[in-house]
Design a protein. Sequence first.
Length: 462
Amino acid sequence: MREDPVQWPIIQRMFELADVGAAGTGEGLSVRKVAKQLTQEGCAFSPDRVRCMLRDPIYATGEYTATVRGHTVAQTPLVLADPVPLDRFLRVQDQLAMRGGKTSLTAVGEFLFNTVDVRHAQCRDATHNDKPVRIRGYVRSDSEQTRIYRHIGACPEGCRDGGRGFGGAFTWDRDLLERAVMTEIRRLASHPELLDALRVATRHQLADTSARMTEAQRTEVRRAIADLEAREQALVPEWLGQPTEQAAAFSDFRTPIAGIDQRITQHTARLEADDRARRADAARAAAPDPYLASFLEIMSLDTPDDPHLRQLRARIFQQIISRLEVDDPGSEDITITIEGCLIPEDAPLAAEDPLGAARELLEYREVEAPGETPRPDRDIAVVEAEVAHHQTDVSLGNRTSVSTPIAALLELPTTDSVRRMRSASMSSNAWRTRGSHCRQHGTPGWRSQITVAVLAPPPTPH
């Protein structure tokens, strides 16, 4: 297979529209708008077809699969002459993951809370059309286009008055709530005690190249060195004090001395090696997380103006937060309960780390050293080497078209089983997806409560 010279520019145009928009302003179009724009340009695609093509990695990496007797078998990636840029493909995937409805008035990432489940504590169990009533962002149609959060769908009976908004409605200023939540997330991600605990929890289970000695072992080695030195010093006067006619030859005296010196040298080298290892451990412990600076830069307190940075900020927020609950009685300070990403009950401590939950998104956007192969390209090379042993070669005969033996192939799990296993794994993001109709299973990795002080509105003049 190879690129079609007629259709390939259309595919490139499709990804360009989804990434930077029709005018190249940096604001990507939704799936429906991409389909509409392509139709206007003379190439009609349905929205579902556009969505399917935008999610397919074959246009960027050449990766694809074939189904053999109900089993998905990875094929050798295609070598594309003009692939879709990998950074553009990744940005489009982030946008597709965050779009949950129309975005004609609200740009993707404009409201962080729109990417997670947000409830008002005073009506947390209320429903509308068999769906829970949630809080979502809204752009007012006033001259300043004020950004606020409000109930979506229908406002419950008990929340229609008593609030701080216009006419007593329960509405909240976007910047007031988002800045408070982002301040807490940044504090947790950079808290020294939390970082130390996670560093210990994520330490590799295999032994290091040089095992660390305990203080008791170090004391024992020092005592052994002192005993050997005392023994060596005692041999000298013993040899010198012998009568001349009975004195042993110097070579006979030097033999035990050399053995003692060798053992002293070995013990000393062991202590020095342990000291170097301890200093290296201390340096690693004191070194900051390489992704922490990028995390703090992206997760800014204020909404970025750059579309791509704004979308990435919302995507990371969606990755590390599963639910928010706003407790606002209307006359007191606001209390917000923040729940971390959903994890299995038996997950390790490292899975609870906000920085660790966003590590995958940060890894693919890390700055590479000059001349170094980009991280995505290195990953693709590894994938190509792995799938080379399980490829299908249709150019050969029927008996040899499948390189994997049929008996071994039939023992593989089915496609549905593989999909379920991948969704349940910690390396997958699919099982954390928060759909609009059902909630995925899991337990929040952490919870935190913050209080937002709200200034009382000025009295109305009579």
